[in-house]
Design a protein around this ligand. Structure first.
Ligand code: 3PG
Length: 208
């Protein structure tokens, strides 16, 4: 499918990582991100409504690429696929989780934080990956050290990145995009302040 060929790191400079507490937030937040110029959303599977939120966005906001984040088990990979997710993101990668994500046929970003984890993912022929938790794992200094030893690996760093530090990551040759929750603050989602989400999205979209 087209989705299987998606260059996940090239969809937008910033992938909004979103935690929804209510399924009613899903479609409005997706529309607010599109309005701000970010046609991608990573819905984290951390709340009971997350799969329903993915289902709603996939059917009602076709112009956004809706992915599932926090995919930590093979069952969640399959459930996200069945809910209509167009990509998967995991915070780490075990062999069984890699197999399950590959089995969905969806593009995905497996989580890595060490050279050995990067090498393990590369053994599957997967070169696009998440670097998590980015700030706690060494941030831009760590990522700068990687091209000499793993030149084919390209990253979406996520975890602790903020507007003030995102550009430093995006300037690295092995970084395609960054992820973060700052574009969709809980207070804005809870109060339905979609204008704030659109403003934060447009600032993020302008980062590259
Ligand atoms: C993730 O799942 O990628 C992280 O929770 C991102 O979180 P942060 O942007 O709030 O650090």
């Amino acid at each position: 499918s087209d989705v299987a060929r998606t260059d996940l790191l090239g969809l937008a400079p910033v992938v909004p990582v979103v935690v929804v507490e209510s399924v009613d937030q899903a479609v409005p937040v997706a529309r607010a991100l599109v309005a701000g110029g970010l046609p991608v959303i990573e819905l984290t599977l951390r709340t009971p409504v997350a799969l329903d939120a993915i289902r709603a966005i996939a059917s009602e906001v076709p112009e956004i690429a809706v992915g599932a984040g926090t995919v930590t088990t093979p069952d969640l990979a399959k459930a996200a696929h069945d809910a209509g997710a167009s990509f998967l993101v995991s915070p780490g990668a075990t062999p069984r989780l890699m197999d399950a994500m590959l089995d969905t046929g969806l593009p995905f970003l497996p989580g890595t934080a060490t050279v050995s984890e990067v090498l393990a993912v590369l053994e599957y022929g997967v070169t696009q990956m998440k670097f998590f938790p980015a700030e706690a794992s060494g941030g831009t200094a760590y990522l700068s050290s990687l091209p000499t030893v793993v030149p084919t690996a390209r990253f979406c760093p996520t975890g602790g990145i903020r507007p003030a530090t995102a550009a430093d990551y995006l300037a690295l040759p092995n970084v395609g995009c960054v992820g973060g929750t700052w574009i969709t603050p809980k207070a804005a989602l809870d109060s339905g302040d979609w204008d704030t989400v659109t403003r934060l999205a447009s600032e993020a979209a302008a980062l590259r």
